[in-house]
Design a protein around this ligand. Structure first.
Ligand code: SGN
Ligand code: CA
Length: 542
């Protein structure tokens, strides 16, 4: 099949320079050039017609458990009819993973198709993405795509390879957010961040260069901490009791002692005003157990009308809670916090899902659905009370996994649920294949197109993981391997290994590393870990 990965301009330029013979007196050249120019234009438009649009819908910290298409105990309350609709008309991956469970690094991996040690973006606190390296946006832009990113970026250095961008500075804010403009200025917008990001994405689609295929990254802040819902959704979960995970009161036995040193527990670290939304001035001087360090920052950003709506919801609930605290057990207080956390988290998801619905509707209404690949994913998973936690970072399943739904008309089988293990290194090569662009040798991922077609061939049987950060939430660096049945990871700081049997112990409550019955598995996984580290050219532990 003819694949021409050039824009019309580039195709013309290439042909013209190829015909610039030194003996310029030959009179035929102008005619030949005209003919070939015509051919080039025709071919380029043909290739353009074949290049599908790519709509990348992305959120921040979206746990799989809170997407009803994934099933599980929250399926009945998860407010995701539109993500479900995408999954039903495309594919949703049961085994989709990140390479490093933290925001910037996950995004850098998506943009480069490489693990953190190769793209240089190891941790959020770094200097930002080195944009001089190969990136997905530069490649698609160069291959004739018109490109844009709106919303959360978090790669520190300004976007490159985008015709248009309008991004949140750093983490961004939920209410009345500020957006960084391409000219370096900042503008504030009234309203709710998820809605505003969607408005900007739609506005760009309306105004885009319609001669070209598009690559649009619509990236939300939600449902990231501090889990602040759209005001219209504050009451969405009133009267609902969210099921608790069985490991909400994990005591961190039978695993590395570093787990107990975490600073991401709902019990000890979920801040009362900041996270749980019980402000100091609402407590009648009552001292509450657990962290109580920060103010309710999102509340401070609101105008008087917004504050009124917020208070009308949280005020009476907080009052009733504070009156009840003296009669509550410690565990009951943790349970209350869990309910508060989950209702707000799910309410932020509800707006993200509405955004997905608006974007899908836009494609339908504008005749774009048939020629647009749509992906919904998030930079990593998240703990929704499993192991007593919020946040991510660990290689345990809840945060190692990334939600991933894709609709690629003519390629995905509607309603399919592939089991193959994919990773965020695979997104860039997948999009390149769709665009008919050659995949550079330096890319570490693989196109998932064969999996989508139901012809996975010799698909990978193991995944590599690395986590380099140290600091907030006190999760130690660790590096590991996951197969379909087991997981092994190494903690350099304490020189410890952890081995989990994912079939017998899916909640990862007991490391079997020192269990003689697992000696063979341990040996196999250690070898596989070393093989992967060699394959991906991972540096030595420091
Ligand atoms: C912020 C959050 C942390 C979170 C990191 C990383 N604190 O620092 O809870 O783990 O981001 O998240 S907050 O008070 O600023 O909300 S990430 O998704 O950006 O990697
Ligand atoms: Ca994140």
């Amino acid at each position: 099949m003819l694949r021409l990965n050039l824009s019309k301009e580039a195709a013309l330029k290439t042909l013209q320079s190829g015909l610039a013979f030194p003996n310029r007196h030959v009179n035929l050249i102008p005619d030949i050039m005209k003919f070939f120019s015509f051919l080039a234009l025709a071919c380029a438009s043909l290739a353009t017609a074949k290049q599908p649009n790519i709509l990348f819908l992305f959120s921040d910290d979206h746990a799989l458990r809170s997407i009803s298409a994934y099933g599980g105990d929250l399926a009945k309350v998860a407010p995701t009819p539109n993500i479900d609709r995408l999954a039903a008309t495309g594919a949703i991956f049961e085994n989709s993973f990140c390479g490093n469970s933290i925001c910037g690094p996950s995004r850098a991996t998506i943009m480069t198709g490489k693990h953190s040690h190769k793209n240089g973006f190891l941790r959020n606190s770094g200097r930002g993405l080195d944009q001089s390296q190969w990136t997905l946006s530069k490649a698609l832009n160069g291959a004739g795509y018109t490109t844009a990113v709106v919303g959360k970026w978090h790669l520190v250095s300004d976007p490159v390879g985008f015709d248009y961008w309008e991004i949140l500075p750093g983490q961004g804010s939920y209410y009345n957010p500020v957006f960084l403009q391409m000219d370096g200025s900042k503008k504030q917008f009234n309203g709710y961040c998820t809605d505003i990001t969607t408005d900007k994405a739609i506005k760009w689609l309306d105004k885009r260069d319609k001669e070209k295929p598009f690559f649009l990254m619509c990236q939300h802040k939600a449902p990231h901490r501090t889990f602040a819902p759209a005001l219209r959704h504050l009451k969405a979960f009133d009267g609902v009791t969210i099921p608790e995970p069985p490991t909400l009161f994990d005591e961190y036995k039978n695993r590395s002692g570093t787990l107990a040193k975490n600073e991401m527990e709902i019990d000890r670290h979920f801040d009362w005003a900041y996270d749980a939304k019980v402000r100091k001035d609402e407590r009648n001087g009552l001292k509450l157990p657990g962290l109580d360090r920060y103010p309710t920052v999102e509340y401070r950003r609101m105008n008087e009308g917004q504050k009124k709506e917020w208070d009308a919801h949280f005020g009476p609930e907080n009052k009733a809670f504070i009156e009840k605290v003296p009669t509550m057990s410690h565990k009951d207080i943790v349970r209350w916090k869990y309910q508060r956390y989950m209702k707000n988290y799910l309410a932020t998801v509800k707006a993200v899902d509405e955004s997905v619905g608006r974007m899908l509707d836009y494609l339908d209404k504008n005749g774009l659905a048939e020629n647009t690949i749509v992906v919904y994913a998030s930079d990593q998973g998240f703990y929704l009370g499993e192991h007593g936690w919020y946040d991510k970072r660990w290689m345990f399943e809840e945060s190692f996994k990334m939600p991933f739904a894709i609709r690629w008309p003519g390629v995905t089988k509607p309603g399919s649920r592939p089991k193959e293990m994919i990773q965020n290194i695979d997104y860039a090569p997948t999009f390149l294949e769709a665009a008919g662009v050659e995949i550079p040798a330096e890319i570490q991922g693989k196109s998932i197109a064969p999996v989508l077609k139901g012809e996975p061939g010799d698909w990978r049987k193991s995944l590599y993981y690395s986590y380099y950060e140290k600091g907030e939430h006190n999760v130690p660096q660790h590096f590991g391997v996951r197969t379909e049945t087991h997981k092994l990871f190494y903690l350099p700081e304490t020189d410890e290994w952890q081995l989990f049997d994912l079939v017998k112990d899916p909640q990862e409550m007991k490391s079997v590393h020192d269990n003689p019955a697992y000696a063979k598995v341990k040996e196999e996984l250690t070898q596989e870990f070393n093989r992967l580290r060699h394959h991906y050219e991972a540096p030595a532990f420091k």
